[in-house]
Design a protein around this ligand. Structure first.
Ligand code: ATP
Ligand code: MG
Length: 296
């Protein structure tokens, strides 16, 4: 598939995959592709950070390789691991009770190496298969992992002590995401292009809702987007993202609704809030959200 040659082309390409973004984000994507720089996406939960990488890979016709970060993520899960069982078997089959240096070197070759996402991405690129590498929720990983990543993002190569350095002429398109549960080190950000994904405007969200809840009544779709926009101006513990709008829209379609009213909002509030405090606060404010002028 051909790469987009303008910001406008990026917007169109993503929209064809059902992803709607504004000019700024599209510019970030365009530059990341053209400059070969990683794109660092931050934003509240459910605003489309992960989805961006998925749609990008699909539309560019590239394989998506995803590294989901978590506390305790280590090199053997993120980069590579030796296939010990296969190595042992191979040595046993060779019949060496005490294997010599040569036999040991043999079992530290490529066929005994298990590639994990980061090495997989570099190896794929070195074999001419272009990929999108998604390093998702980096804020969940430990700082030591971040330090390792720093090196990788600078040179796009991995040094395996027993084998040497594995690199590639082309670099993967890297998307990093964070929910900002902690600050990511400046050194990482400096190696990336950065974009903060905000909640979408009601107009943008309307496009998303129409695409992801097909058959939805136009008035209901508009009501939902206005309502969500109003809701997000309040100080909830967890403000609902686009994911919640879509769950809600799909629930309301299922219930054959064509507009919002206090009764149905109350009945379906669990689509929007996932903790007791917010639910209570919301319940008390429903009338205000639906009051005169709240939905135009
Ligand atoms: N701009 C958008 N266009 C189309 N769909 C979107 C957009 N933003 C969000 N969505 C939809 O919202 C849902 C949540 O998106 P996604 O999982 O990418 O959010 P996220 O930012 O990664 O959230 P989290 O931080 O919780 O992982 C998905 O179903 C996605 O399809
Ligand atoms: Mg995500």
């Amino acid at each position: 598939m051909t790469e987009p040659d303008s910001v406008e082309a990026v917007i169109q390409m993503l929209a064809q995959g059902g992803y709607y973004c504004d000019d700024d984000l599209a510019m970030g994507v365009f530059l990341a592709i053209k400059l070969g720089k990683p794109l660092f996406l931050e934003g509240e939960p459910g605003v489309g950070k992960t989805e961006m990488a998925k749609v990008l890979a699909q539309r560019l016709g590239r394989r998506l390789i995803r590294l989901q970060c978590y506390e305790g993520l280590d090199i053997s899960t993120a980069v590579y691991e030796w296939n010990y069982a296969k190595q042992l078997l191979s040595l046993r089959l060779a019949g060496d009770a005490a294997p010599g240096r040569e036999a040991l070197e043999d079992v530290f070759g490529p066929e005994f190496l298990l590639s994990r996402p980061l090495l997989d991405a570099i190896r794929s690129e070195s074999q001419g298969q272009r990929v999108v590498l998604l390093i998702d929720e980096l804020d969940r990983a430990d700082e030591e992992f971040e330090a390792f990543l720093l090196e990788l993002l600078s040179d796009f190569q991995v040094t395996i002590p027993e084998m040497g350095t594995v690199g590639s002429d082309t670099v993967p398109l890297v998307i990093l995401t964070s929910n900002r549960t902690r600050e990511i080190h400046d050194a990482i950000k400096r190696r990336c292009l950065y974009h903060w994904i905000d909640y979408p405007s009601p107009e943008k969200e309307l496009q998303i809702v129409r695409a992801k809840a097909p058959g939805i009544d136009e008035r209901l779709a508009r009501d939902i987007c206005q309502f969500m926009n109003r809701l997000r101006q309040d100080d909830y513990l967890k403000r609902p993202g686009v994911a919640e709008s879509l769950d809600w829209a799909q629930a309301l379609v299922l219930l054959h609704r064509d507009h919002l009213d206090p009764e149905v909002v109350r009945q379906t509030k669990s689509c929007l809030f996932k903790n007791r405090q917010d639910l209570r606060r919301f319940q008390d404010g429903i009338a205000g959200y639906l009051g005169a002028g709240a939905l135009e």
